[in-house]
Design a protein around this ligand. Sequence first.
Ligand code: AN7
Length: 372
Amino acid sequence: MSKSIPLGLIDRYRDRLPVADDTPAVTLGEGNTPLIPLQRLGHPCQVYVKFEGLNPTGSFKDRGMTMAVTRAAELGAKAVICASTGNTSAAAAAYAARAGMQAFVLIPEGKIARGKLAQAVMHGAKILQIRGNFDDGMSLVKAVAEQLPVTLVNSVNPYRLQGQKTAAFEIVEALGQAPDVHCLPVGNAGNITAHWIGYSEAAGQATAATSFRDERSKHAPAAMTDRRPVMVGYQATGSAPFMRGAPVAQPDTVATAIRIGNPQSWDAAHVVQRESAGWFDELTDEEILATQARLAREEGVFCEPASAASLAGALRDIESGRIAAGSTVVCTLTGHGLKDPDIAAEHVAGASQTIDATLGAVEQALGASLDA
Ligand code: AN7
C-alpha cells in the first residue's frame, strides 16, 4: 500500500460530501483548479475564469466521476456505463481504469472531438458509436442499466452532482465569498445545478434543486459565505432547449460537447433559474468560436468551444448592462482546448508559413512581423 497522502476533492471535502470517514477515494487528483482573473476582457466587471480544463482528464467531469466511481466501487460494481458527447466518456474511462472496472460508453458516431475519443480508447473503454445523437444514447444507457449489472455514471447518478458541487466551494474559498454572477455553458444542465447546490450549501441556504440525501450526507456543515450568485446558463443556438422551452429533436452546434436536445436536469435547471434570479441565453457558433479564439490570444487560456459559451455570453451581457458594471463574474471553462484539436487545425494554414531552413529566411520572416 502506498502511504496515504490527501489527493483529490473527496479527501479535501470529505466533511461536505456523502462519503464515510474511511471510504477509499477513487481519485486522480481532480479539483483545485485555478480561478484566473482576466486582465484584458470583461471590463467594467472583474471576470474570473475557473479553468476546469486542468482536471486530470481535461474537464469538469472528473469532479463528478471521482464521486460516482468511488460509490460504485464501494457497492462492488464491476462495470460502469454512460452516454456522452465526449467528456463524460473520457472521465468514465479513466476513473473506471483507476478502479479496475470496465467502462462502456455510447457516443454519437462522428460527433465527438478527437481528443475525447483518444482518451476513451487509451483508457480501455468499450466504445459503442451509435447511429444517433446523445439523447438517443441517454435513453439507451438508462434502459441498459436497469437490465444489466452496470452502474450508470451520467449526471442522473446523484453522486455526480455531489462531486461537481465542490467547484462552488473552491470559488467561495478563493474569493472569500460567492461571486455576484456565475456563468456556465449548459447541455444537460447538471453542472449549473451542481454549482447551485454547492453555493447553497456554502451559504447555509436551502434549495429545491435537489432532494438527494444518503445516510452519509453531512448535516449543516459550517457556512463559508453569506450569499449566493445569480446563475446564468448559455446554450448554442442550434441546441438551445431552454430557450425554446422544449426539447430540441435534432440539436446541432460546432460545440459538440453541448450538442444536447433533451437536458436531463430540466426541472432542476428551472429551479436554479428561479431561486437565483438568473437566466438562460443562446450564442451562435460564430460567437462561441470568436470568444474561444480571443481568450486564447488575449489571455493565454485555451478552452474547448463549448466552454467558451460561458465567457461569450458573459461578455455580451456585461456589454449590454444586463450584468451590472462592477460585478464580480465567474465563468466556468468546462474543458481544455486540446480536447478538440480539429477546431484549431482549421486556423493552422493561415497561422503558419513554410520557409527554407536558413538563417536568412528566418530573419526575413521575423523582420516582417516585428516591423508590423
Ligand atoms: C466541455 O460529456 O454531457 O450542462 O456527455 O463536456 O452539465 O451537461 C458534456 C457536457 C459543458 C455541459 N461543457 O454540462 C458529456 C456531456 C463541456 C461539456 C457541458 C459539457 P452539463
